[in-house]
Design a protein. Structure first.
Length: 140
């Protein structure tokens, strides 16, 4: 019997993330608070990194003919501006510079405000994305 790696990962619900984040102010150095902070930071880093890769491929349609080394340099060594362009693809823009703790506080406030209205089983990534999209829109 074979199980794919993606299916083996357990998705965290927005309710579970909120329960961890609820302790952020009372015990900022606690395990739950660190879990909350790292989840939100990981979401942001992942969204920007993935969007940067998508953008790099979209901007270089000739990448089918490039060598392995050329592709490695292009995709593993993105330029600084790639991150800000990629954030626009993610539909949220944090600005430069932005303190992670401030972003976490905004997302946590949204999670706590919506605590009673969270859809049962809604993935945490959906709730975090909605908060970032609402609070950090990209300027046109």
């Amino acid at each position: 019997m074979s199980v794919s790696t993606a299916n083996a990962l357990e998705k965290i619900s927005s309710q579970e993330l909120t329960s961890h984040c609820a302790l952020l102010k009372a015990k900022p150095e606690g395990i739950d608070s660190q879990y909350c902070t790292h989840y939100i930071q990981g979401f942001i880093d992942g969204a920007i990194a993935i969007d940067a890769r998508v953008m790099l491929y979209a901007e270089n349609p000739d990448s089918v003919n490039e060598t392995f080394a050329e592709r490695a340099i292009r995709t593993r060594m993105p330029r600084r501006e790639d991150g800000s362009q990629a954030a626009k693809l993610a539909s949220f823009c944090l600005g430069d510079p932005v303190q992670l703790r401030n972003v976490v506080d905004v997302v946590v406030a949204d999670l706590l405000d919506q605590r009673n209205n969270l859809t049962k089983g809604e993935p945490a990534m959906e709730a975090v994305y909605k908060s970032l999209f609402k609070n950090y829109p990209c300027k046109q």
